[in-house]
Design a protein around this ligand. Structure first.
Ligand code: 13P
Ligand code: SF4
Length: 305
């Protein structure tokens, strides 16, 4: 079968079965083309809550499918490729979180959405890269324990100088690898280009950026900008999507190391098999997780708007 034939069959099956396909923007172009909604983690959560379909297939990583299930308890939710997980989500164990909370009593525990559902059960609220500043800014508590990404945490803290933050020393293994040497090299190669970066990058990289934002924020900025060239400081599939979206502009990767192997795991055939009933994993969570992590995720949607 060709890519176009598989896509056509997927579109037919998802309509017949009343299934909605959500795809994170780091997925491949052939998957974005068959998705009902594509976007960043925050957009996917909001869309999951709004969808009227009976079922949802998440093309992304495990925490995204779990978030979707928690927001849509009555729907069947599948993770298209059960192996796709975010390494950052697993960095901190529940025991470590409990120790940190003991060390910082009275602090609000804020979890980046890239965490396991288990961790979310013991946090006050979740945030995404697009909503972190807005949500932390609205918390009554001025002391914040931010887990697990210190880069997004420091970016948020800088925008909210009136609050006190403490961080866990985790981070995205891909984004945190990029350095100011990569920025120097990319700027030398493309002196006219604007540098757009994700806040998961280190403060030294963020400091040099012309724009800092979530996956969707970066894409919207590039689409609206009058500039003609951009260096993209986030997962490299965004470079390709922007090339398709704006064929008259030029996009370059900040670093070849910005490739998330977990996000690359999902294939078009995974979606096909999921709809055929012989692939994917249906997400099932205990009542305790649905309730505990649900409180944290729903508060994010409430405060994030
Ligand atoms: P977004 O919140 O921008 O979608 O980012 C998710 C992610 O995993 C970034 O690496
Ligand atoms: Fe997780 Fe980083 Fe991959 Fe995003 S890019 S899913 S944070 S490992």
């Amino acid at each position: 079968m060709t890519v176009a034939e598989i896509q056509e069959e997927i579109l037919r099956m998802k309509k017949e079965q009343d299934v909605c396909i959500l795809a994170h923007a780091y997925q491949g172009q052939e998957i974005l083309e068959i998705a009902d909604y594509t976007g960043d983690s925050y957009g996917l959560s909001v869309q999951a809550a709004k969808s009227s379909a009976k079922g949802v297939i998440m093309c992304g990583v495990r925490f995204m499918a779990e978030t979707c299930k928690i927001l849509c308890p009555d729907k069947k939710v599948w993770l298209a490729n059960p192996e796709a997980g975010c390494p950052m989500a697993e960095q901190l164990s529940l025991e470590e979180l409990r120790k940190l909370k003991e060390q910082y009593p009275g602090y609000a525990a804020v979890a980046y959405i890239n965490t396991t559902s288990e961790l979310k059960t013991e946090c006050d609220v979740c945030v995404t890269s697009a909503s972190s500043v807005k949500i932390c800014g609205q918390l009554e508590n001025d002391r914040i324990l931010f887990i697990p990404d210190p880069n997004l945490g420091r970016y948020t803290a800088e925008k909210l100088p009136e609050k006190t933050f403490v961080f866990y020393n985790g981070g995205c293994p891909r984004h945190q690898e990029v350095s100011s040497a990569d920025v120097k090299r990319a700027r030398e190669l493309h002196p006219e280009a604007l540098l757009l970066v994700h806040p998961e990058c280190s403060p030294e990289v963020v400091k040099e950026a012309d724009y800092v934002g979530s996956t969707t924020g970066i894409m919207d900025f590039a689409l609206r900008s009058d500039a003609g060239e951009f260096i993209i400081g986030t997962e490299n599939s965004i470079v390709e999507h922007l090339q398709f979206d704006c064929p008259d502009k030029q996009f370059y990767p900040l670093s070849p190391s910005l490739t998330c192997m977990d996000m690359k795991l999902t294939t078009l055939m995974d979606v096909y098999h999921c709809l055929k009933g012989n692939g994917g994993e249906e997400i099932r969570l205990s009542d305790e997780i649905m309730e505990g992590a649900g409180r944290c995720i729903r508060r994010m949607v409430e405060l994030g708007g």
